[in-house]
Design a protein around this ligand. Structure first.
Ligand code: PLP
Length: 423
């Protein structure tokens, strides 16, 4: 199936007489005839459901669709993108370990790594995504367990060189994790470029309608954990908390990572999305391919409009010819990047705030990447915990406006921007 077809068909195939639409199993628990039947599930000896904190059929249908879209072997859904980011890293790195992350990532991910996970004694080195080979090489330590980057960084719109970072990670025997939220698998499939694990805030384009917060983790099934046994004892030695199962032996490359994340992390930390939310996420996924195309077409026209305005100081959009990341975007995302643009209005921070107040169609919202056009000033909102130095290291100018171009008629969006700029 091609990606447009997968959006509609993948993950759930009804049998004769079964509902066409994914059924909502809004049940916490599942019934069994004997304790022995249930015991096999607890031992991971048989497949089936027993408690929704671990797994639920509705959630699994949607996870399978996202796995198919990304070209992975297995996926799990989480209650938020933050949980997906945390689980993807914590499934590999614990106290005493080290992780390399791009310095240009979503502010919430930066805070999770730099503050919260440091409290768990996981060490992080943040590298400039455009650092030299020598700088990247120097970041690796004997206890490095993974490398983390974002396909298109929110909000800096820096396109990450996935292939280069994947090669570096693999040379050091560790996997590359890519947050593919902004590009979505419609525009970029990081696994095809060497990424091993892909994460998403499904809250963004995948849901696409401001309806449900959620996250996803997809495993490529390509990383050979057993070949790096000493680095990944959690996957390659018996798990005493799960009846002595060795995930990499029992579930192989294709299933070990997601099974461990489910059996250990979801069991203990419990960030499962509700089946109802997964059902709604699936509605969003069905139209993802057509929406992404429209987001990109609209954003391209809006970016060109802003670029030609004498009231605009600068525009950053990887789809614009001349943008620093245009060539890289053409390599990884030839069909389009995303609907998010960043720009500055002449007059700096105060003009930016004044301009935003005057917008009528575009609303001021923390959110990004959905059907409605919205704007945000990252330095005073999502990234307010960062110092000016940290902001600049992440590619965010203090006067920068993030504009998430929706799928309304593009002329209405341009007219709104135009009247606010003129005012
Ligand atoms: N990753 C990226 C790129 C994001 O933009 C966000 C949220 O904005 C997250 C992760 C966190 O996702 P959530 O808000 O669903 O927890």
């Amino acid at each position: 199936m091609k990606k447009e077809t997968k959006c509609i068909e993948a993950g759930y195939t009804p049998k004769n007489g079964e509902p066409r639409m994914i059924p909502i199993y809004q049940s916490t628990t599942f019934k069994y005839d004997t304790s022995a039947d249930m015991g096999k599930l607890f031992d991971l000896e048989a497949e089936g459901y027993f408690y929704t904190r671990l797994q639920n059929p509705t959630n699994d249908y949607v996870a399978a669709k996202i796995a198919a879209l990304e070209g992975g072997t297995a996926a799990m859904l989480t209650s938020s993108g933050q949980a997906a980011t945390f689980f993807s890293v914590f499934n590999l790195a614990s106290a005493g370990d080290h992780v390399i992350a791009s310095s240009s990532i979503y502010g919430g991910s930066f805070n999770l790594f730099n503050v919260t996970m440091r409290k768990m004694c996981v060490d992080f080195t943040f590298v400039d995504p455009d650092c030299s080979d020598e700088e990247l090489e120097a970041a690796f330590k004997p206890n490095t367990k993974c490398v983390f980057g974002e396909t298109i960084a929110n909000p800096a719109l820096i396109v990450f060189d996935i292939e280069r970072f994947a090669n570096a990670a693999h040379k050091h025997g560790v996997p590359l994790i890519i947050d593919n939220t902004f590009a979505t698998p419609i525009n970029c499939r990081p696994i095809e470029w060497g990424a091993d694990i892909v994460t998403h805030s499904t809250t963004k384009y995948m849901d696409g309608h401001d309806a449900t917060v959620g996250g996803a983790i997809v495993d490529s099934g390509n990383f050979d954990w057993m070949a790096h046994k000493d680095k990944f004892p959690g996957l390659c030695t018996p798990d005493d908390s799960y009846h002595g199962i060795t995930y990499a032996e029992k579930f192989g490359k294709a299933g070990a990572f997601i099974t461990k994340a489910t059996a250990q992390l979801m069991r203990d930390l419990g960030s499962i999305p509700s089946p109802m939310n997964c059902y709604m996420l699936n509605l969003g996924l069905e139209s993802l391919a057509v929406r992404m195309q429209r987001h990109c077409e609209n954003a391209q026209k809006v970016a060109e409009f802003l670029q030609n305005s004498d009231k605009v100081a600068y525009v950053t959009y990887p789809g614009l010819k001349g943008d620093k990341y245009y060539e890289r975007a053409q390599k990884y995302m030839p069909d389009g990047t995303c609907g998010v643009i960043s720009f500055g209005v002449k007059g700096g921070r105060s003009s930016a705030e004044e301009f935003m107040k005057r917008l009528k169609l575009a609303i001021i919202a923390t959110h990004v990447a959905d059907a409605h056009t919205c704007v945000l000033h990252p330095a005073s909102s999502t990234h307010r915990q960062m110092t000016d130095e940290e902001l600049l290291a992440g590619g965010i100018k203090p006067d920068m406006i993030r504009l998430s171009v929706g799928i309304e008629n593009v002329q209405d969006i341009i007219d709104d921007l135009s009247q606010a700029l003129n005012a």
